[in-house]
Design a protein around this ligand. Structure first.
Ligand code: SAM
Length: 307
């Protein structure tokens, strides 16, 4: 009951697909459809107060419009034509924080159905190369449709277990950025139907965390990697701070956790010194689904290890 009440509060977030349009044109379109535009929000409280046919520009993320929770845009022309992407605000954080320059080579390791991949392509302005992987054939098929609709080019999508992708393959020698959004318990997803949420068992959490550690560790083996974003839609520390801590420890001083987005209100649980560099998101604090993001960077050679 509590989770569905929280879901009822989460606004409808609309990411403007800048591969096809721009924020001003989308705002004009919605105004013509009878919505009132209230400008850029100054606080999360303003997002919470939205009602009726009103919308705002988000306060944290550019190119994100915010509508009241009940707004259904699945039949809207802008959505069906790929001009807008219906994507929770928290799930826009990973690509935004990876922040690759146009022209970069990137891996999206667990990519389907591809909302974060299309966000990456928009940040790259379709300039550069995205290598996207997903192990699930059905999800890869869905993703191909979604990427085409979003106007994404320069993305090689493969149905492949990322753990079998060879970091030594010359094809990946220029990969400087990796987005890693692996399978997780999904415990942060707020459902709209009461009773749907089931807490994962300790065994399941352990199995997921084992996979997440392996896949994160594998990603750090790419030789030119400079920056990686690890994210989950889990609220469990075992899948989040603990995974990051274990892999960073295993790597000694080769990688460090980066403090990003100081104005983001919800931080990592204090599982280890420095864990507050991570970001968390929740219906109560950020009006989003529950989410976790950590940004890792390769340490400069000769630089001191982080404390
Ligand atoms: N990043 C996606 C997006 O924003 O649309 C969502 C990714 S979802 C949380 C996790 C994905 O990881 C699933 O599609 C799953 O099939 C895929 N996956 C699980 N194990 C994998 C593996 N070993 N290699 C590649 N993909 C894997």
């Amino acid at each position: 009951q509590a989770a569905s009440a929280a879901a009822a509060q989460v606004p409808r977030y609309v990411r403007v697909n800048t591969l096809k349009t721009c924020v001003d044109d989308v705002i004009d379109f919605f105004k013509r459809q009878g919505y009132s535009y209230l400008g850029k929000a100054a606080s999360v409280e303003e997002l919470r107060a939205l009602s009726g046919k009103k919308f705002l520009l988000d306060l944290h993320l550019p190119e994100l419009l915010v509508f009241p929770p009940q707004t259904d845009l699945h039949d809207n022309l802008l959505y069906t034509s790929g001009h807008i992407i219906l994507q929770d605000k928290a799930s826009c954080l990973p690509a935004f924080l990876l922040s690759p320059a146009a022209g970069s080579h990137i891996i999206d390791a667990c990519a389907a159905p591809g909302n974060k991949t299309s966000h990456l392509a928009a940040i790259l302005k379709n300039k550069g190369q995205i290598f996207a992987f997903d192990v699930d054939p059905k999800r890869v098929a869905t993703m191909n449709t979604l990427l085409a609709r979003a106007g994404v080019t320069g993305c090689q999508l493969a149905q492949q277990d990322f753990l079998t992708v060879d970091p030594g393959d010359p094809k990946y020698s220029r990969v400087t950025h990796i987005l890693l959004d692996p399978s997780c318990s999904g415990s942060g997803m707020v459902t709209r139907a009461p009773g749907e949420e089931v807490a994962p068992s300790a065994e399941r959490l352990q199995a997921l965390a084992g996979f997440q550690r392996r896949v994160l560790s594998h990603a750090l083996n790419f030789p030119a990697l400079r920056r990686l974003v690890y994210s989950t839609c889990s609220v469990h520390r075992e899948e989040n701070e603990d995974v990051v801590q274990a892999v960073l420890q295993e790597r000694g001083s080769a990688f460090r956790l980066v403090t990003t987005f100081p104005s983001w209100p919800c931080r990592g649980l204090s599982a280890f010194p420095g864990a507050e560099s991570c970001l968390r998101a929740s219906p109560a604090e950020t009006l989003t689904h529950g989410f976790f993001v950590a940004v890792l960077e390769r340490c400069e050679e000769g630089a001191d290890a982080p404390s």
